[in-house]
Write a protein that binds this ligand. Structure first.
Ligand code: BGC
Length: 761
């Protein structure tokens, strides 16, 4: 057992403490042998173990040990299944114990602001609630094995372009409602051992030295008690970082920054207490792992390979199934076409790249079947008329054709962003050629983020397979043949064109400045509100059976914001196959004078139902389900009013709706001045009463009926003029009868009345 961190802190010299605040090498923390402090190892992450023995890098260039590649987060999120995340987490946790890795560097939970982000395949969703709920379970699963996680990249790392220098500029409400909640949820629900800060700046300050993010919000507001480490090479000013709450710099800085820390303390620029605080957190993390290290934990690779496949089949999304072209029937002649059937893209490139011990392709599992004929159709991204002809012939000779297409590695990767949504031109040509040769064509896609589908109208079936991990072939076969009923739902919207995305005009930024000017209108929040047609909306996905959701029940039709609301609905499998439905609950806010999206996801439950079976699904909503970030009070605020609780098939399709009146128990402070306008004063009855008692009628309202002036001023115009009139209008339009002094007194009275009213007097 390692000594207590508080004891160790007393025995360490300043130099030793500073040395513990950066890595020993690429993947280890430092040891202090004289005090029995060992070094521990961290490894990527997130969807498997990328443990590098000797040659180290953070780009996935050099090999790592043979391991199991689970589906990437883009796919995992499509499962909408918390329990699956837990299982996968437990498996990765066991692998880490077996390999003596103290912290798995993941999950990565940045919000998909644009489909162009090169790293979207590693991220969960455009929706913070979905990303937060699923990743919290993953963290719980991994940590249940006494292994830590590093939830990354905190925060606003939604582009790869200029990733180490770009400044993500967003207003407070956008931060709180879109980019921070997933982190907040994981911190509060799953207490991750560590958080990894991002490379970029956030509102002018590098995340690695951003006190507001790393201390004020993360620790003081959310109660995070773990360690914050830097992304690899994200440190700019180490001393500022220590002050801001960046405990551990990774990887090693060769002692340069350690010496800088010591010098800053000696020169009085850095308080040694700040060093102690960071050091204590490093020691706590090291002790937590070391005291619970279990190298003898078995790692059953075969079992994890199978688990990877069984997770993958829960993540595949059936997007189109005209005339019931799927599932394929035994005995049908199938043309399996496309190089990706043979060489699948099952993970993304960069630091998350796993050295899979085995990959099962569709060709591996279908190629041996008597009725299946495989042709590659394309090789790489080059044109090949011969392959195309061969594909057309194979398609024409079969009952059905399955084209396997998607994004090659060079089209999306860590390190740079995409510039368009297209799949390679040779694949588009192949799909069109095959569809022309066989009307029963199905496309199975392997990609980490949305692609455009100009060929959609020509094919009968489409499956979004995402990047399904090393057993994706087996999973794909089971979905194609209906051995598993598809149940994935899109965790992101699929736009028709890149130009339809809300940040199209500004994504990537100008130089180092990336202004998130679309604000809270990210993903479906934008498309729904703007009524933009899509290829497929967020939450979309078909099944080989059908479901009906009925009988919504709410526990009350009126609640205070400090009470909870229970919502129940029945869901029935009305088809003839067993299957899983994801019931999605969204909340639509009342008009409140502040821009809000049409609806937001606040609950989801995935349920398995045998054919004909009916189950009841229950949700609990609380203040956060209704609230928006209110900048006036600097906190969450649920406006009083009538909200609609909507049970939806996806973000666009409302199935059932119930109404609930929510009453706010908070008050927003008001302070009137000479520039306050009548409309805003009217919204505060106590202040309005004071004004009404003293008001003069404006000149244009005193005109005789039938006069020229009264004809020029309609009732609508007159009332608008009044609504938008500031109090100081009393001076301008009273011909000198009202003075600043009069107004001052009036405003004092108004503010006193408003305050008394707020205090309930
Ligand atoms: C990535 C991190 C990763 C780290 C270590 C960085 O380049 O952004 O996600 O954990 O390298 O490989």
């Amino acid at each position: 057992m390692m000594k207590e961190p508080m004891e160790l802190l007393k025995e360490l010299t300043l130099e030793e403490k500073a040395s513990l605040l950066s890595g020993d090498d690429f993947w280890h923390t430092k040891a202090v042998e004289r005090l029995g402090i060992p070094r521990v190892m961290v490894s990527d992450g997130p969807h498997g173990l990328r443990k590098q023995d000797d040659k180290a890098d953070h780009l996935g260039v050099n090999d790592s040990i043979k391991a199991v590649c689970f589906p990437a987060a883009c796919a995992l999120a499509a499962s909408f299944d918390r329990s699956l995340m837990r299982k996968m987490g437990e498996a990765i946790g066991d692998e880490c114990q077996h390999e003596q890795v103290a912290v798995d560097l993941g999950p990565a939970i940045n919000i998909k602001r644009s489909p162009l982000c090169g790293r979207n395949f590693e991220y969960f969703s455009e929706d913070p609630y979905l990303a937060g709920e699923l990743s919290a379970e993953l963290v719980r699963g991994i940590q249940s094995r006494d292994v830590g996680t590093s939830v990354k990249h905190f925060a606003l790392n939604s582009q790869e372009h200029r990733r180490m220098s770009s400044d993500s500029v967003a207003d407070e409400r956008t931060l709180r409602e879109i980019y921070l909640p997933a982190f907040e949820m994981v911190v509060k629900k799953a207490a991750p051992w560590t958080i990894m800060c991002s490379y970029n700046k956030v509102n002018g300050e590098f995340a690695s030295q951003n006190k507001r993010l790393l201390t004020d919000i993360l620790r003081d507001e959310w109660g995070f008690e773990g360690l914050v480490m830097s992304d690899w090479g994200a440190v700019s000013d180490r001393v500022k970082g220590v002050q801001a709450g960046l405990d551990l710099e990774m990887p090693a800085s060769g002692g340069v920054n350690d010496r800088e820390i010591v010098r800053a303390v000696r020169e009085g620029r850095l308080d040694e207490k700040d060093v102690d605080r960071c050091c204590l957190r490093v020691l706590e993390m090291v002790k937590r792992f070391t005291d619970n290290a279990r190298k003898e934990t078995p790692w059953d690779m075969e079992a994890h390979h199978a688990l990877s496949g069984s997770i993958a089949e829960e993540c595949m999304v059936l997007l189109k199934n005209e005339d019931g072209v799927l599932p394929l029937k035994k005995g049908e002649k199938v043309a399996l076409i496309g190089e990706m059937a043979e060489k699948p893209r099952f993970q993304g490139g960069g630091s998350s790249h796993i050295n899979s011990f085995r990959v099962t392709s569709l060709l591996d599992v279908m190629g041996g079947e008597e009725n299946v004929a495989y042709v590659p159709g394309y090789r790489g991204t080059g044109e090949d008329a011969g392959l195309l002809k061969e594909a057309a012939e194979a398609a024409a000779a079969a009952d059905k054709a399955v084209v396997v297409a998607g994004l090659p590695d060079s089209f999306e990767s860590e390190g740079y962003d995409r510039t368009h949504l297209a799949i390679p031109e040779n694949q588009v040509r192949l799909i069109r050629t095959v569809a022309a040769a066989n009307p029963n064509t199905v496309v199975l896609l392997y990609n980490g983020s949305p692609v455009e589908m100009p060929w959609l109208g020509q094919v009968k079936g489409v499956i979004e397979g995402y990047l399904g991990g090393q057993d994706l072939g087996e999973a794909g076969k089971r979905i194609l043949y209906g051995e598993t009923n598809p149940s994935g739902r899109l965790p992101e919207s699929f736009p028709i064109r890149l130009e339809d995305t809300s940040c199209y005009l500004t994504y990537g930024g100008e130089g180092n400045r990336a202004v998130y000017s679309e604000g809270i209108y990210v993903g479906y929040r934008y498309y729904n509100t703007k009524k933009t047609p899509l290829l497929f909306p967020f939450g979309y996905g078909l099944s080989y059976t059908s479901f009906e959701v009925t009988d919504p029940r709410i526990s009350a039709d009126r609640i205070r914001d400090d009470e909870t609301l229970q919502v129940r609905v029945d869901v029935t499998n009305t088809g003839s196959r067993d299957g899983k439905e994801t019931v999605q609950l969204y909340v639509a806010p009342p008009e409140c004078g502040v821009f809000r999206p049409v609806r937001e996801l606040k609950g989801f439950e995935k349920v398995f139902l045998r054919a004909g079976e009916k189950k009841t699904v229950e949700f609990t909503l609380d203040k956060r389900s209704f609230a928006r970030w209110n900048e006036e009070i600097g906190g969450w605020y649920a406006d009083s009013g009538e909200y609609r609780v909507q049970i939806c098939r996806n973000a666009e399709e409302v199935l059932l709706e119930a109404r609930v009146a929510v009453e706010s128990t908070q008050t927003v402070p008001v302070a009137f001045d000479e520039d306050s306008i009548m409309m805003d004063i009217a919204a505060c009855p106590a202040a309005a009463e004071v004004v009404m008692a003293s008001m003069r009628k404006p000149d244009w309202e005193s005109e005789e009926e039938g006069s020229a002036a009264s004809e020029a001023v309609t009732a609508e115009m007159s009332s608008a003029m009044m609504r938008y009139m500031p109090l100081r209008g009393q001076i301008s339009f009273s011909g000198g009868q009202v003075t600043h002094e009069d107004l001052k007194k009036l405003i004092e009275k108004m503010n006193a009345a408003a305050k008394e009213n707020r205090n309930g007097k």
